[in-house]
Design a protein around this ligand. Structure first.
Ligand code: ADP
Ligand code: MG
Length: 558
């Protein structure tokens, strides 16, 4: 038997690639712009080692031109360009990346700037175009060449005229079909928004001719259109700017621009790391709960960038559920991207980043609690519940991260207090951290169960959120002090009103028996109590579940 080699059917491969690896057609622009940016970077890198070359950053830009009549879109750059061979090699062979080779040859290890690596991005142009022409003149060459392809039938290369070094890519857009609109890629505002979305932080200016309407000179009501060349990207991302040069307003503007919320962030965190993994991040803690926070529509996550290019709009893995309210972006050079650059290949780096970010958020919240109590309480009003859910759903595994961030209403202080504040003023003989659960502070205050503990002068934490008691049960204890519900049968307190204790169970056997008959299954047993002073009767629980928890659980659908 002979073994035959597989032959790559490049036509089919191209088709497959173009139509299956990318989920959004619009990313073709991201890919072409990334290539243009890489091409300019390559001149920059060459100039570092070649004295005959100089790199004036101002001379380098990327230009997008629309021709509605011809239905063409043109992307030009003054980058390093391609020789005839480079055109053959890089555009004639799918999955061949000249940029990857360049990084290797030039030993650019921290080559965080150069984006290309897989050698497929270019072909994404065929998602929107049925003909692509590339005109290029390489640095140091006198000749220019034209590469042209209809995608399916291969390509042609021939000499052509081009004055300056660089590359022009011309896409002849596909005709609209019933389900698909390609005309949109001829609209200025649409292209501008795609650039903003994916390529806002490409380091070189991306220019477009933008049509604006303005009052005719000397006229009060007549308008005229005029065309102005504009730079449509912001180039330097705020997270790469020097913190010292940025103001609170800059961060707040960014928050608004990104539509993170209609409120102002209560806190922003600008952080970066260099080490096992390097990244820059800007994180925001919103002031108010987003309107859809408790709905299925709400998506947690941070925006993820790789080398300034947007990869994922909401990367869930970057945030633990209990910090799902945090907004912001992470930019890292260390991510292993998959071929479409839409998803991540290995998540080791991502996990590391996520871990760092979690710690950072935790520390910043602790700082806020210490330094700006009022703000922290505002935050806690909006998102405290999420922290408690976090403890509950993590079965207490994140105890160390979250317990110091918790606050409850205190019977003593008549305001929110932390567990640390509670335990640090506990009298020595007090065994437990007491809490009372109920619908409202008012109702808890009036409940007979609190009587003995309050009488003793002990502080009680009032739990008014359904999740409170569940979360506390997961914590089990705080600084080695166990939590104890005031409705518990054994409070660990010696009752002082011994005088009343004459009412023994034995003497009242008949009465208690009758009461039990009437109440039936609603209660387990009627007993004389030593804990009451002002109230004739109270409910208490014997087992693990408190009365309030039982109420909540029985109200839940099966
Ligand atoms: P990648 O960018 O991942 O390398 P692409 O398919 O996007 O893959 O591009 C393939 C190669 O073609 C690039 O690596 C680069 O060598 C070359 N190339 C593409 N566009 C340009 C351009 N505008 N200027 C110079 N070279 C380019
Ligand atoms: Mg590319």
């Amino acid at each position: 038997m002979t073994t035959k080699q597989f032959k790559a059917e490049s036509k089919r491969l191209l088709d497959l690639m173009v139509n299956s690896i990318y989920t959004h057609k619009e990313i073709f622009l991201r890919e072409l712009i990334s290539n243009a940016s890489d091409a300019i970077d390559k001149i920059y890198y060459k100039a570092l080692t070649d004295d005959s070359l100089s790199f004036e950053k101002d001379n380098y830009f990327i230009k997008i031109d629309i021709d509605k009549d011809e239905r063409t879109l043109k992307i030009s750059d003054a980058g390093i360009g391609m020789t005839k061979e480079a055109l053959e090699d890089n555009l004639g062979v799918i999955a061949k990346s000249g940029s990857f080779a360049f990084k290797k040859e030039n030993e650019i290890k921290d080559g965080h700037d150069i984006i290309g690596q897989f050698g497929v991005g270019f072909y994404s142009a065929f998602m929107v175009a049925d003909n692509v022409t590339v005109i290029s003149k390489a640095l140091g060459s006198d000749e220019a060449y034209k590469w042209e392809s209809d995608g399916i039938e291969g390509y042609t290369i021939e000499p052509c005229e081009k004055d300056s070094v660089g590359t022009v890519i011309i896409l002849k857009l596909k005709e609209n079909t019933e389900d698909e609109n390609f005309d949109e890629y001829l609209e200025e505002y649409r292209l501008k928004s795609i650039v903003k979305k994916y390529s806002d932080f490409v380091r070189y200016p991306i220019k477009m001719d933008i049509t604006e309407r303005k009052l005719k000179e000397g006229s009060e009501d007549e308008y005229e259109d005029y065309v102005e060349e504009q730079i449509v990207n912001s180039m330097v991302p705020i997270w790469k700017k020097n913190k010292r040069e940025l103001t609170k307003e800059d961060y707040e503007n960014f928050y608004a621009e990104k539509h993170y919320g209609f409120d102002k962030p209560i806190k922003y965190i600008h952080t970066s790391a260099d080490g096992a993994v390097s990244y820059n991040a800007i994180l925001f803690i919103p002031e108010k709960t987003p309107y859809d926070f408790y709905t299925k529509e709400y998506k947690k996550g941070l925006e993820l960038y790789s080398n300034g290019v947007m990869i994922m709009e909401t990367c869930e893995d970057l945030l633990p559920d209990y910090f799902n309210f945090v907004k912001g972006i992470v930019d890292s050079e260390d991510l292993s991207l998959n071929i479409s650059r839409e998803i991540l290949q290995h998540d080791r780096q991502l996990k590391l980043i996520a871990k760092n970010i979690k710690t950072k958020i935790k520390n910043e919240l602790n700082k806020l609690l210490k330094n700006d109590r009022e703000k922290y309480e505002e935050f806690y009003k909006s998102f405290g519940r999420q922290l408690k859910y976090g403890i509950y759903s993590g079965y207490g595994s994140n105890k160390d991260d979250l317990q110091d961030l918790l606050m409850f209403y205190s019977s003593k202080e008549k305001k929110m207090v932390t567990l640390d504040e509670y335990t640090s003023r506990m009298p020595e003989e007090q065994k437990y951290i007491y809490y009372a659960a109920g619908d409202s502070i008012d109702r808890i205050e009036k409940s007979p169960q609190t009587e003995l503990v309050l009488d003793k002068g002990y502080e009680i934490l009032y739990f008014t959120d359904d999740v409170d008691e569940f979360a506390i049960r997961m914590l089990m204890n705080y600084k080695e002090k166990e939590f104890k519900s005031v409705s518990s049968g054994d409070l660990g307190i010696e009752a002082e009103n011994e005088n009343d204790s004459s009412a023994t169970d034995e003497e009242n056997k008949d009465l208690f028996g009758k009461m039990k008959d009437i109440l039936g299954d609603k209660i387990k047993v009627v007993k004389a109590s030593k804990r009451l002073k002002k109230h004739p009767v109270c409910l208490s629980n014997e087992g693990e579940l408190s009365i309030e928890m039982e109420k909540i659980l029985s109200a839940m659908p099966d």
